[in-house]
Design a protein around this ligand. Structure first.
Ligand code: GDP
Length: 478
């Protein structure tokens, strides 16, 4: 059928054109209806089909979520001994579950939750998050009205750590020649970067048909595997209706799902009030260093300056003694990094020198935590507050390959200026590039052709999925 027209939401609409459910009150989650007021209005069209798919999903979640009779029955069946015929098979044919388990840093987690949610939408599963390690506590508000997306403690089908070797994994099940769904009432999908050829069959239509029989699907991913879903013929039509423009999948789903808790929102609103509110222009610069791409602080600082000056993001400075006119424009720059040196050097630069056109540049950095502690509750809260703050910028500069940056640019709905990776410790000649899309990169695509049953290049199958500029091994939606 014809693809319905998508429309850009009216900036004054607190429900963002129907993206958000009206069935929430304001107080339980301050950020839900307020965050949009701090951002530039979305320029990305939202399809009525996505809006109705979200409302339909919310009803399903309400019907099958924790605390409902359907949920209690589903857990009971999960616990029944393997060969016990439960007698009530098919009693809740509509309640199937997708359980997300955590892996890697917060940026990766937000992206894997989003990919899982889209998969749940496409397969009529109810998404539940394993928060048993406590690191989801007081981080996000509930996204679905009248229910919870947190899996009750003790209800995780799997015992022990889930890894590539877990016998109940899809890959190992297929490897043993067994049909998924024939035995255990649950199955594990290992979608982590080290997944093997058998695990990758998750992205094949025939395997997806078999997975429909599995009531509990548990998955772990450190990847934005959304482009992989766009490769499967069975989802093609539905995805085209939900996303007539494919380049804003994370933008819409991220704004729908991730509302910072009141604690986190407090941090965001305070930073904003102290530093961003009075500025004429807000610039966000995310500086991430990776062990696999070493670069010295001075070299990276040089790259950031070259990028921001060349692209007119930050003004050029004049000699220290030069007389500058009175402040014409106030620019506030937020630097986000685990390290404090970059913002310190930038702050000194604009403290010691005036600017050519007389702009006043203020530089601040909310935290510099030194190193990352995966899964630490307070670190996650601060990281989320900073991702959200970055998404309030008018101009975004990110570090390539960082999922932290992907989340911010997606929530902002802005194509970021991406600091490209160093070349043997040296800044590249082109210090940064405007990203071709706001979509995150899927770093480890399957590179498997299901029909030919052979390796292939996922970046060359369809026109709208291309290799990423910041990470050529990966692919992204355009
Ligand atoms: P990625 O590793 O850049 O893809 O991003 P992740 O978010 O997955 O993992 C990095 C983790 O390190 C974050 O979740 C934070 O805990 C921490 N981190 C990295 N950069 C920053 C930063 O600029 N600010 C804060 N507060 N934390 C950061």
């Amino acid at each position: 059928g014809a693809v319905p027209l998508a429309t850009v939401p009216d900036p004054g609409d607190r429900l963002l054109g129907g993206l958000l459910s009206p069935d929430f009150d304001d107080r339980s989650c301050l950020s839900r209806f307020r965050a949009a007021r701090y951002r530039r209005a979305s320029l990305h069209a939202l399809s009525p089909h996505l809006v109705s798919a979200l409302r339909r999903y919310e009803s399903l979640h309400r019907l099958c979520g924790p605390g409902t009779p359907a949920y209690a029955r589903a857990v009971e069946r999960l616990r029944a001994p393997p060969n016990a015929s439960s007698g009530d098979d098919g009693a809740d044919p509509s309640c199937n579950y997708l359980v997300w388990t955590p892996n890697a840093g917060l940026g990766n987690r937000i992206l894997s939750i989003t990919a899982g949610f889209l998969y749940a939408l496409l397969t009529d599963r109810v998404l539940l998050l394993d928060g048993s390690r406590g690191d989801l506590d007081d981080l996000f508000c509930e996204p679905f009205p009248g229910s919870t997306w947190i899996l009750p403690r003790g209800d995780l089908p799997a015992r022990g750590k889930l890894t590539i070797d877990t016998p109940e994994s899809l890959g190992n099940t297929l490897g043993r020649g067994e049909a998924p769904g024939a035995g255990a009432p649950w199955l594990y999908a290992h979608l982590v970067h080290n997944y093997n050829a058998q695990d990758k069959l998750f992205f094949c239509d025939d395997v997806q048909a078999q997975l429909r029989r599995v009531p509990w699907l548990v998955f772990q991913a450190d990847n934005y595997f959304v482009p992989g879903l766009f490769l499967m013929p069975r989802f093609e039509r539905e995805l085209a209706r939900m996303f007539p423009r494919r380049d804003a999948v994370f933008h819409h789903l991220g704004r729908y799902l991730f509302h910072p808790s009141n604690t986190v929102w407090g941090m965001v609103a305070r930073y904003h009030g102290a530093y961003f509110a009075k500025a004429d222009e807000r610039v966000g610069i995310q500086v991430r260093t990776f062990k696999w791409a070493p670069i010295s602080t001075d070299e990276f600082y040089g790259q950031i300056l070259k990028c921001t000056h060349r692209e007119n993001i930050l003004p050029a400075v004049v000699a220290p003694a030069a007389n500058t006119s009175k402040a014409a424009k106030r620019k506030a720059v937020v630097v986000l990094s685990l390290h404090g040196e970059y913002s310190e050097m930038l702050r000194n630069l604009y403290h010691e020198h005036g600017t050519v056109a007389g702009e006043a540049v203020s530089v601040f950095q909310p935290t510099h935590l030194g190193e990352q502690h995966i899964g630490d509750k307070q670190q996650n809260q601060k990281a989320l507050a900073e991702m959200v703050l970055l998404s309030f910028s008018d101009v975004v500069v990110t570090t390539g390959v960082s999922t932290f940056g992907y989340v911010s640019q997606g929530l902002a709905g802005l194509r970021p200026w991406v600091l490209m990776r160093p070349n043997h410790g040296k800044a590249p000649d082109t210090p940064c590039r405007l990203a071709p899309t706001i979509e995150p990169c899927f770093h480890r695509p399957p590179n498997y052709d299901c029909r030919a049953k052979a390796r292939c290049d996922t970046g060359r199958i369809v026109q709208h999925i291309r290799h990423c500029e910041d990470f050529p091994e990966g692919v992204q939606l355009l």
